[in-house]
Design a protein around this ligand. Structure first.
Ligand code: F7E
Length: 325
């Protein structure tokens, strides 16, 4: 039986990936930090909490990573743990860097020293491209990150590539563009909108407070994107792949679609703009060209933009209705 270790297993992507790997017959270890009140909401939502073996560890504690890997000997490690909220990376740049940049370095050193055949997936991001002046990004586009988050992720991207070159390890970077789902954290704009719209629909709120509505992103479904992660890890040679839909929409488009899905007219009257939610530096637009993944991994996104928005609004309506009962 193949064994996989997922860091960040309680986030958004971890549960989707765990479910996918369990279906493929993997033994799944999920790394969780030692904390009071751990929240298993997302693994519960997918009905897999009791199928994962949880192991305690922290990306900033190298010894804990050594212990986990030497105790579990995974065939594949999917490094999804991160301080993943771009906005917070200006408030906590050191924590962001320790978790997102040094954490992967620690993992790579454990692999190098103890389990050199373990394959390593690094959750890289379109944030690394920043405002590079290009309209469409592929694996060869230049990097120009705009946030402490993007910069920390760029270190991890390069160190993973460097360990392939230097030590012959098998490391893949999945350069994922924004990917969303009903499991998305409530701070991210898509979930803020889907939850806000659901609350307005049910009469529980009247306004959603947001920042920059002009920003454009390439939004896909997280459940589709974890398949690309798995597929790149099954290739003969390690590689870096852009994972994206190739279509870009603004925050305003997301808003309009979400209100429309809920059958609410006149969406503008429900929006408040608060500069607190604007970032010190913003990436204006991001759109990815996933041709390499399409060709080599035979991967393509299944869920379209409107379906994704509808899925998220429906899920929040359902949750809030259940809470009401
Ligand atoms: O912001 C704008 C905001 O926080 C999207 C992470 O998964 O994807 C994600 O990063 C856009 C930005 O995601 C609000 O300024 C407006 O332009 O949902 P977000 P993100 O920063 O794109 C990448 C690929 C990752 O790797 C990250 O880990 O929406 N925006 N008003 C707002 N954003 C938030 N959060 N809240 C607002 O009120």
């Amino acid at each position: 039986m193949k064994k996989a270790l997922i860091t960040g297993v309680l986030g958004q992507d971890g549960p989707y990936l765990a479910k996918y790997l369990l279906k493929k017959g993997y033994k799944v270890y999920g790394m969780v930090p030692r904390r009071l009140n751990l929240n298993f909401y997302n693994t519960d939502y997918l009905g897999i909490t009791n199928k994962i073996e949880f192991v305690l560890g922290d990306m900033t504690d190298e010894a804990s990573l050594i212990n986990i890997i030497r105790n579990t000997w995974p065939d594949e490690i999917y490094n999804l743990a991160a301080q993943s909220f771009v906005g917070a990376s200006w408030d906590q740049p050191k924590l962001t860097t320790e978790t997102n940049a040094l954490g992967p370095l620690y993992l790579l050193n454990v692999i190098r020293n103890f389990t050199p055949n373990t394959k390593f997936y690094q959750a890289s991001t379109s944030e690394m491209f920043g405002n590079n002046g290009r309209e469409l990004q592929d694996e060869n586009a230049p990097f120009a990150p705009q946030s402490p988050y993007g910069i920390s992720k760029l270190y991890a991207y390069w160190i993973a590539n460097n360990y392939v070159e230097s030590y012959g390890l098998f490391c893949c970077n999945g350069i994922l563009f924004n990917h969303e789902s009903p499991l998305r954290g409530q701070d991210f704009v898509t979930r803020k909108i889907s939850e806000g719209v659901a609350k307005i629909k049910l009469g529980l709120a009247d306004k959603i407070t947001l920042g920059n509505l002009e920003a454009e992103r390439d939004w896909g479904f997280a459940g589709d994107y974890v398949e690309a992660m798995f597929k790149m890890m099954q290739q003969k040679k390690p590689g870096n792949y852009v994972v994206a839909t190739g279509k870009k929409y603004s925050v305003k488009d997301f808003l309009e679609t979400a209100f429309n899905c809920a059958g609410i007219k006149n969406w503008k009257k429900h929006i408040i703009i608060n500069p607190t939610y604007k970032r010190p530096a913003e990436i204006h637009g991001l759109r990815g060209n996933a041709s390499r993944a399409r060709k080599e991994l035979k991967w393509k996104p299944k869920v379209k933009f409107r379906e994704l928005v509808a899925m998220m609004v429906d899920a929040d309506l359902k949750r809030l209705n259940e809470k009401k009962k």
